[in-house]
Design a protein around this ligand. Structure first.
Ligand SMILES: C[S@@+](CC[C@H](N)C(=O)[O-])C[C@H]1O[C@@H](n2cnc3c(N)ncnc32)[C@H](O)[C@@H]1O
Length: 375
């Protein structure tokens, strides 16, 4: 049976996600604000969860209807066929997102929606599912935009950037799906040596290795949203996993190297790459950027330098950005560099002419991915 799905994406990444869905052979792909729609079976959506690198979540759309009051919201949600998706012994949670609507309190909308689902279930079974906001068996998404309500089920569960290899994600300033997006924007698939001289916890190098080695990023995850659903076909899912495992490459033709001046970050980068299964394709060493020069050239260089988010930091970082420009010009001839800049002022201090400037959002921070070609 075919369903309508919506894959959510960080602002700026919608076209990349649409390209990934097309590569998976999916139908009805349409990029919209905040994500990409497609149509297919539940198994298609499960495969998308396993393979998508740059997306945030995969949602299965159940219904859309106009809603101006809490009563209309409750009635619309209660009328849906919940026993098809839920059993009384399953746990559930409701997420809500509101924009430009008469109702303005997302916590209230989530609560009212939860009551409607619970009441519908109690009518049918005389029992109700419990709420578990952290790891529910079914995560329901209620999206209200301009008084139009879309009710969806979250196929992915935890968001897809949580691949499972990053233990200390709180310290990682770059999400895994954004790191994958930087690599995807460059079009690199393992043809030239790759460097990240300010690699931090190694997210860009690790995501690049996963991509070039054709490793489905979801293979590292233990859990997806759909696994406890009544309609989930565990036998077909195991085949999808087995097929993905068979498509992995065990070695790459080029080196992928990360450096950072912080030995603690380098250690974390090594551990992350190891958990991601790409330790043999990557190498990480402690080094200051002042000594950076790609040993293998032409190379592709990615960098996510410090932005200076706090007051006063921008001025302190000017010499570093000047040094980035000088190093690229003097030591990286023939190579191409992609630098994620969170401050246009600092980007100006690189002092080189950018071949491309791609707008991307790192959480709430509007950034530019600057491309420099060093002839
Ligand atoms: C924004 S973080 C990079 C985060 C990284 N993309 C990740 O996935 O965790 C910037 C990194 O640049 C490093 N750094 C700053 N100045 C440096 C320098 N002069 N040489 C080498 N690394 C430097 C910092 O130690 C920090 O880890």
């Amino acid at each position: 049976m075919n369903h309508k799905f919506f894959v959510t994406a960080a602002k700026g990444l919608e076209e990349l996600v649409a390209g990934e869905l097309a590569a998976l052979g999916l139908a009805g792909i349409k990029a919209e604000r905040g994500g990409v729609a497609f149509s297919g079976t539940l198994l298609d959506a499960c495969r998308a969860c396993l393979w998508l690198r740059t997306a945030s979540r995969v949602l299965m759309v159940l219904a859309e209807f106009p809603v101006a009051t809490p009563e209309e919201l409750y009635a619309g949600i209660r009328s849906l066929n919940w026993p098809k998706y839920l059993k009384p012994e399953m746990t559930m949670a409701v997420d809500s997102v509101l924009r430009d609507s008469a109702m303005t309190h997302s916590g209230f909308v989530a609560l009212k929606s939860k009551d409607a689902v619970v009441d519908a279930m109690r009518d049918k079974f005389g029992r109700r599912p419990d709420v578990d906001t952290k790891t529910p068996d079914l995560r329901i998404n209620v999206h209200l935009v301009k008084n139009r309500c879309t009710v969806s089920l979250d196929v992915s569960g935890e968001s897809l950037d949580r691949r499972g290899y990053h233990l200390d994600r709180n310290k990682a300033p770059l999400r895994e799906n954004l790191a994958a997006a930087l690599v995807a924007f460059s079009g690199w698939r393992g043809e030239t040596p790759l460097y990240d001289p300010m690699c931090g916890s190694g997210t860009i190098v690790t995501e690049a290795a996963l991509n070039a080695a054709n490793v489905a990023p979801g293979l590292l995850r233990e859990k997806f949203g759909f696994q406890k659903w009544p309609g989930h076909d565990a036998v077909e899912w195991r085949k999808v996993i087995a097929e993905a495992k068979g498509l992995r490459r065990s070695a790459l033709d080029v080196p992928l190297r990360g450096y950072d001046r912080s030995p603690g970050s380098v250690d974390m980068a090594r551990q992350n790459a190891s958990r991601a299964g790409v330790a043999g394709m990557t190498s990480f060493s402690a080094a200051d950027f002042s000594s950076f020069a790609p040993a293998d050239s032409p190379a592709i260089i990615f960098m996510n330098p410090p932005y200076g988010e706090r007051m006063g930091e921008i001025g302190e970082l000017v010499p570093l950005y000047r040094q980035i420009g000088d190093t690229l010009k003097q030591k990286c001839k023939g190579s191409t560099a992609y630098i994620l800049c969170g401050s246009s002022e600092l980007a100006g201090h690189i002092g080189l002419k950018a071949a491309r400037r791609i707008p991307v959002w790192n959480g709430p921070i509007e950034c530019r991915l600057m491309k420099y070609e060093m002839y």
